[in-house]
Design a protein around this ligand. Sequence first.
Ligand SMILES: Nc1ncnc2c1ncn2[C@@H]1O[C@H](COP(=O)(O)OP(=O)(O)OP(=O)(O)O)[C@@H](O)[C@H]1O
Length: 292
Amino acid sequence: MSVVAANGLTKRYRDVTALDNVSFTLEENAIYGLLGRNGAGKTTLMQLITGQTSATSGSLELFGEHPYENERALMKVVFIKESQKYPTAYKVKHVLSLARHLFPNWDDDFAQSLVDDFNLPRGRDVRKLSRGMTSALGVTIGLAARAPLTFFDEPYLGLDAVARQLFYDRLLADYSEHPRTVVLSTHLIDEVADLIEHVLLLDRGKLVLDADTDELRGEVMDATGPVEAVDDFSTGREVLHREQLGGVVRVTLRGSFDNAERMRAKKLAIDLEPVSLQQAVVRLTMERKTDR
Ligand SMILES: Nc1ncnc2c1ncn2[C@@H]1O[C@H](COP(=O)(O)OP(=O)(O)OP(=O)(O)O)[C@@H](O)[C@H]1O
């Protein structure tokens, strides 16, 4: 059984179609990157899966059940967002004890070690935490909850680079000991590129990419060389981007590049280079734009 199964999922708000006929599954024990530009529909999708809103049409299953107002299914989920609000007059330690009661798989030792790692002041009122400390508290809860399905909706925006790296390291180490399904929604794509195994890319409500990260890396390449040779080599491949300077052109291509093809590129004096995940995502979303 898939952890999440969405079929033809659509969410409309008056004149905005936030999600448009989206179908995908989230499987057990994998780290997903939920990517897309501002307003692409990422938060809406996470809100639907976590039962915070209902779909206009389409079907959605969470652990085989309908998520809306379904406590049993939702017990298995933790959703951490950037602007997380906590009860007023709560101190950090109170938030942690609340979390201990909310999440069945909560690991208190792990939570305490994260509090130390992030230098969180246990006795401080949550309203008086800095932005970064608030993010660190969210990250601590999201990790220590060890929920079978964990969502991080950019909760680490306030974290500095060192703290973000700490988060990635702790996530990876804990995930390898306690595998679960993790969804990271982020704009810092290159930072998480080595972490995410699968990419879901939304573009204006549509799911434009649902691919394993490694496969994607192998199928999006920059080819640079003499115009005629590159144009010849591009035939049969999707051209995501093209830049020409005099007689030299660089194109971003999507397709398969086996050894024979790489040899052919070499013979044609074409320099073939894989693009970063961030670059691939930028090209894929920009290409859609010029499509319309
Ligand atoms: N409650 C709402 N009422 C009306 N429109 C909404 C509502 N929530 C979201 N939208 C619209 O739906 C679209 C998708 O928004 P969503 O927050 O899901 O995007 P996102 O990918 O999470 O964006 P970001 O990266 O900026 O956080 C946007 O056009 C947004 O304005």
